[in-house]
Design a protein around this ligand. Structure first.
Ligand code: ATP
Ligand code: MG
Length: 375
């Protein structure tokens, strides 16, 4: 292990919680800065620091107490983070400039284009007229996406008719410049893949998974996805990451499009998440080096395996959305439960998840479907 052992995480949600739990397992001291002592990650460490991640002086105090800082959300202010680093000498990984670039859907798209990574055609939008023109040019439909702070489908609007268009203009026309417009892609499946990248030029690639959304929120993940390995795009992504300066876990959401449709590309990258990702939670049970430990190893510049071994041929994960249960009710012999410790249940809120292993992704998913009847 290196000398850097004290890791600081900005934010206290479930991603931070799982980073903390997995970090302690590999001998790290896991610090969290968040607003409330009841936050999911605050509950699982004695090194919790109350603070607001947008407040420079509180941030700098936190930076002084740790060796390296990382994030659970890409929506951080680049300048504030850089100032805190200058004041304390504590680095943030992934690099704040790259986080900022990837947290804006327009500059993220430009990053994809610059790296020759296939993605749905898009335009920057200045006003409602630009949206009208783009819709005229794409009568099959367009999708408007808020440039910043969109998540779980909040900030994503699918326009497939002039009625949808009129409604969107009435509600958002004034702030059209906050959006990008993208062509609607009639995808066959939604896939995802995570990579961990360290500063030694090593890239760990997890298997491609298939996932399903319900009301724009991930409901389940299964894998490895059929036909999801060895594609040129994966090698291309790996090369782009090797060339770049990103360190940590990065996830890509993918649209698989049917052969012979309007586009010649088989896969489009829909979205880049420069952090650990919901589509990779299964790695806790299914691999020896899960995405949370891989992220911590990557930012500490420790060696990474090239491909993770899988403990079973198939795996699946199901998000527990808007539901809670007493632990005593949860006797489920073939699934692993993760509750996030959220006190308030809201419809659709990610409260926890369950994972199962099996002979295939489908077999594992079947176990989960049976188990969720109990929730
Ligand atoms: N161009 C498109 N064509 C068809 N469907 C789309 C398109 N873009 C997005 N969608 C659908 O909307 C969902 C949400 O879009 P996207 O992932 O871009 O935004 P998000 O709200 O930021 O989601 P996340 O929570 O993953 O960050 C996608 O998973 C997909 O199902
Ligand atoms: Mg998404």
């Amino acid at each position: 292990m290196t000398t850097a052992k004290r890791i600081g995480i900005l934010g206290g949600g479930q991603l931070a919680r799982m980073l903390v739990i997995e970090g302690f397992k590999i001998g790290l001291e896991m610090h969290v800065m968040s607003r409330h002592s009841t936050d999911p990650a605050a509950q699982v460490t004695r090194y919790w620091h109350e603070g607001d991640v947008s407040n420079l002086s509180q941030l700098a105090e936190f930076f002084k107490k740790v060796d390296i800082v990382t994030i659970e959300s890409e929506f951080m202010d680049e300048n504030t983070l850089s100032q805190a680093t200058r004041a304390t000498g504590t680095a943030v990984e992934p690099h704040p400039q790259l986080l900022s670039q990837l947290s804006d859907r327009l500059t993220q798209k430009q990053w994809l284009v610059d790296n020759k990574i296939p993605t749905a055609p898009f335009v920057a939008v200045r006003n409602a007229e630009d949206v009208r023109d783009f819709f005229k040019g794409h009568p099959g439909g367009i999708v408007l996406k808020k440039r910043r702070f969109g998540y779980d489908g909040y900030g994503t609007f699918i326009i497939r008719s002039s009625r949808d268009f009129d409604q969107w203009i009435a509600e958002n026309g004034q702030k059209a410049a906050d959006f990008i417009a993208e062509e609607f892609i009639p995808f066959k499946r939604e896939l995802a893949v995570q990579f961990a990248v360290n500063g030694r030029g090593e890239v760990l690639r997890y298997p491609v998974v298939e996932w399903k959304a319900q009301n724009s929120r991930c409901l389940w993940v299964k894998g490895p996805a059929r036909g999801g390995s060895g594609t040129k795009l994966l090698l291309h992504l790996e090369k782009a990451l090797k060339r770049g300066v990103f360190h940590g876990v990065i996830a890509f959401e993918i649209f698989e499009i049917g052969a012979g449709k309007t586009h010649s590309k088989h896969w489009f990258i829909n979205e880049v998440a420069p952090r650990v990702h919901n589509s990779g939670h299964y790695t806790i049970e299914a691999t020896p080096t899960n995405q949370f430990q891989a992220h911590l190893r990557a930012i500490l510049n420790l060696p990474l395996p090239k491909t993770p071994k899988l403990w079973s041929p198939g795996f699946a994960m199901w998000n527990l959305l808007g539901t809670s249960s007493d632990v005593s009710d949860d006797f489920l012999p073939e699934v692993q439960i993760h509750w996030y410790g959220k006190t308030e249940v809201r419809p659709g809120r990610k409260m926890g998840h369950i994972t199962a292993l099996g002979a295939s992704g489908d077999a594992a998913l079947k176990k989960l479907k049976k188990a969720i009847k109990g929730f």
